[in-house]
Design a protein around this ligand. Sequence first.
Ligand SMILES: [Zn+2]
Length: 301
Amino acid sequence: MLIKPRKKSHLLRTLEILNSRMDLAEDERLYYLSLAKGYQGEKLNDLWVERLHEEILVLHDLLFEIRNTQFQIDTLIITQERLYLLDVKNNEGDYIYKNDGFYTLSGNETKNHLHQLRRCESLLRQLLQTLGYNLPIEAYLIFNNPEFYLYNVPPELPIIFPTQLKRFYQNVNKQPSKLSEKHKVLANKLVTKVIGDSRYSQPPTYDYYKLLKGNACCSCHSLLTIVVKKKVICTDCGHSEKLEDAVLRGVEEYKLLFPERKVTTMAIYEWCGGIVSNKVIRTILHKNYKLIGLGRFSYFI
Ligand SMILES: [Zn+2]
C-alpha cells in the first residue's frame, strides 16, 4: 500500500524550468542532469515496488533530520518483520569494486554509495529508536540501469543489479506480512517527520526579465511550441497537450519561480510568450483559480 508517493523535489522542478529559460552555468546544468537522471531511475524502480502486495507499506522520497544531520531515503518498505531501505542508483558504465569503494576502469575513485547507504541505515535506526521502534533494517543499493556493471563485487554486499531486480522483489513479496496497527502508526509517524527540501539544495539565482518566455513543452521542456486549435504542439518533439493543461502548467511554473508575483491574465500572457490569447488565459484562470479584487488590481489565487 502506497503511503507516500514520490514527487519531484522543488529544486529539480526549479532547475527543469530554468534550464529551458536561461543558460545555466555548466556545473548547475550537470547537477540538474544528475538530479533528473536520479529521479528517472527512482521512477523506474517504483514500477517494481508498485507490484508488491497490499499488506506491504511503501514510502518514497523521505528526507529526515536527526540531531542536526539530514539524510534522504529513496524508498522505504515496511513489512511485518523488517524494513527495507532502498537507495536507487541510475549509474551507467563500468566500475570496479575495491578497497570498499567504487572506482572507474581508469582507476579514479567515485562516490562511495556503500558508505552513504550505511550512514543512512544508521541514521534511520536512530530515528526509529526515538519513535520507540526497533524493527530490523535491511538496506540495499539498487542499480537499475541495464548499462551498469560493477567488477569484483563480493556476493555478500547489499547490492541488487538489474538482472536481480525481479527475484529481489519476489523475495520481498514473499515475506510474511500481516501488518498490525503499530506498523501503520510507524508509517504515519515517519511521514510527519519528513522535512521540506534539503538545506543544501539552493537553486541558482534568476531574474524574471532575463528568463525566456513561452509555454514549455511538458515532454521535452522546449519553448518552441505553437497553438493549433485547442492544443499546444511542440515543434521540437511533436508532443501535443491540451491548451488548458499547458496554460495551467505555465501558471504553476510561474508561481513556483516567483511566489511573490501576482498571477494576473497579463502576467500569464507574458509568461507563456504570447502564444495564447489574453481572452483564453482569462477564461482558464477564472475556471481554475479564485479572483481577488476588481479591475486592474485584481489577481488570481
Ligand atoms: Zn517537446
